[in-house]
Design a protein around this ligand. Structure first.
Ligand SMILES: [Zn+2]
Length: 141
């Protein structure tokens, strides 16, 4: 009896799923080749996947690492996952704003400054209309 695992029920939600267009996956069983789907996981899920707690094939979260097979899709996790992961893993990418919190704050302040300036300019133009003072020359009219 090998190692078994049960699904934990914790949802593994990909950050992004993209069909990559510059690659093709060929199957040995005669299915037509297709573009692989690139699944982006959070750092936390990636760690669990690498540690064998998430099935590489169906992304089920399990309570035991590297069971003989995934209880959901029967993928041979013990013998295949580490190797498949090594060939499928495309590296880490940074998802989300590339700016730091400090930058964000600076951007917000700049936006507020600009807004205030625009408001001033807007109202300023309304209020400070160039005034043409036409002197009334007594006696001419
Ligand atoms: Zn599975």
């Amino acid at each position: 009896m090998g190692r078994v695992a049960k699904p934990t029920g914790r949802p593994v939600i990909p950050v992004a799923v993209d069909e990559s267009t510059d690659e093709l996956v060929f199957f040995e069983d005669g299915r037509p080749p297709r573009s692989p789907v690139r699944v982006t996981l959070t750092e936390f899920d990636m760690g669990r996947l690498r540690a064998g707690y998430i099935c590489l094939q169906c992304k089920e979260d399990l309570d035991n690492a590297f069971p003989d097979e995934c209880p959901v899709c029967h993928y041979k996790m013990a013998t295949r996952q580490a190797e498949d992961f090594a060939t499928q893993f495309k590296g880490t990418i940074h998802v989300g704003p590339s700016t730091t919190l400090e930058d964000e704050r600076e951007i917000m302040q700049e936006m507020r400054r600009r807004e205030a300036r625009e408001r001033e300019l807007h109202f300023g133009l309304d209020i400070v209309k160039p005034q043409i003072i036409v002197p009334t020359i007594r006696g001419v009219r």
